[in-house]
Write a new protein. Sequence first.
Lengths: 356, 262
Amino acid sequence: MAEKVLMKGNEALAEAALRAGCRAFFGYPITPQTELAAYMAKRMPKEGGVYLQAESEISAINMVYGAAGAGARCMTSTSSPGMSLKSEGISYIAGADLPAVIVNVMRGGPGLGGIQPSQSDYWQATRATGHGDFHPIVFAPSTVQEMASSINDAFELADTYRTPVIVLIDGMLGQMMEPVELPEKKEKKAKKPWAVTGHGGKREQNIINSLNLDTPALERMNIERFERYKKIKAKEQRVETYLTEDADLIIVAFGACARVSRTAIDKAREAGIKVGLIRPITLVPFPVDAIEKVVDQTKAFLTVEMNMGQMVEDVRLAVAGRAPVEFFGHTGGIIPTPNEIFEQVEILDKQKGGEA
Amino acid sequence: MAQTKEKVLFERPKSLSDKPFTYCPGCTHGVAHRLIAETLDELDIADRAIGVAPVGCSVLAYEFFNTDMLQAAHGRAPAVATAVKRVHPDAIVFTYQGDGDLASIGTAETVHAATRGENIVVVFINNAIYGMTGGQMAPTSLPGQITQTSPTGRNVETDGYPIRMVEMLSTLDGVALAQRVALDTPAHIREAKRAIKKAFQNQIDGKGYSIIEVMSTCPTNWGLSGTDAIGWLQDNMLPYYPLGVYKDVAAKGDAKEGATDE
Ligand SMILES: Cc1ncc(C[n+]2csc(CCOP(=O)(O)OP(=O)(O)O)c2C)c(N)n1
Ligand code: SF4
Ligand SMILES: [Mg+2]
């Protein structure tokens, strides 16, 4: 087993990306993802890869489009306002079926917002990463260790399904230091016979493209893409559950909120309240199976988020009216405390306990 | 059986596919395509060439060049080309872009690829109009030029002035070659070919960023016949956009050392 090292989340993610074979990184400075790009600037040249600070996030994501089209394992990282600029390029990446990884270390919004941690880009990541009929895969790690492992999975799934993958991180995790066991260096490269490399006189031309003026053909492409999404939904839901077996109240939370929720759950358990946690590791595909498994036994769901209530809608879709789904959250960079969550659990327990 | 000896005088360049162009009659996009394809053939670089098509009338350039191709978002071709060249330094990478693409929505990408001295070729088709979307005012439309969105003529008081792109780019240290050519006469077309070939040769020699601005026609949206469009280009565009070499480090030394043409 590899030894554990103490690293900042952003840096652990960058190192793990390099070990996963990422050989092209395109960025633009923005807080709170800066350490990630800085780490890449230092390390990427030593790995013989491409590091480039672009003139904007628009340019950076289009460089990712080019590098991905050229067959390189590549990524970019940004924070919320930069993500809005990347949405055009992400749509093209999806339309051209290119594998690429985009990291968003979220901060508060809308507009320039603030630089403190936030989860307010949930909707953007899961619903509106760009125009057109598509959605990326979305990872939401909750520990520094998981930041390292999810970037590896992100690259693998991007290649397997030829789709953009977003790693959605709240600012807190990016800045936090924790012991992490870094993954081994990956030597094997995925085969990309579709990439543009120069045909070498040995094959027909390869074309990287999202345009299709033939309407039935464009529809066929969209249908094929959604067949892939169906497979992703069936095979790639990732979730962690905590004390759900006997629970009659379920908290659903991701990222930093899941960490504080866990502490609140321990406290509630001591007070005799049977509450458990469902922590989505993938937001797309949303872990609907995990919710389905507990929905009949659950008197109420509570989502805890650092936004005004976004993921709560996905939980409501999964629960489909079979139990009440409540929301508790903070915005503006305020992280909900275990005590606040405990109070919410107590209220729910009193309300729902009486009904049972 | 009588044997006739055939001698081929003129044929399709190997780097062009046999798909018929989708360009309007009299449009010079096709001429520009041919010059690039001939260059790829003559320099024997088609097998390692990777082209980037823009958004504009030449959006389907990937159908016409049979090299490896990418289609880029509107204006982003230089960013895409930058990454492709960095990932495959031995490939020959070129973009093909219109004036709306290169000098309006993609100005930042254009300027920064140039100033980084990316070792790529940019072929810039300036027809002073947004051709594909049906003839709106372009960044390069002339003062007084009537377009769909400047129905009384481009008013410099409200619409500003046209951009002379190669002049502007020639001030950047990263640029190896900045030249303006035209496709109005056989002599000019031959000159355009020489310029394009020099640009690709620069890339082969690792000299850096080369841009060739090609003064072109859009008979359809100018509302003129093919021949009259050539006349309009000569009478109106060439005086505003003088042809010539604005920067050439191959003639004067190394771009990276900040040599200028003067
Ligand atoms: C983001 C975006 N904005 C606008 C358009 C619409 N659009 C398509 S082509 C074009 C202008 C092309 O003009 P130019 O680059 O001069 O090329 P030409 O057709 O004249 O060769 C525009 C505005 C688009 N496709 N994408
Ligand atoms: S619209 Fe203009 S630029 Fe486009 S193909 Fe026709 S003539 Fe050429
Ligand atoms: Mg034009």
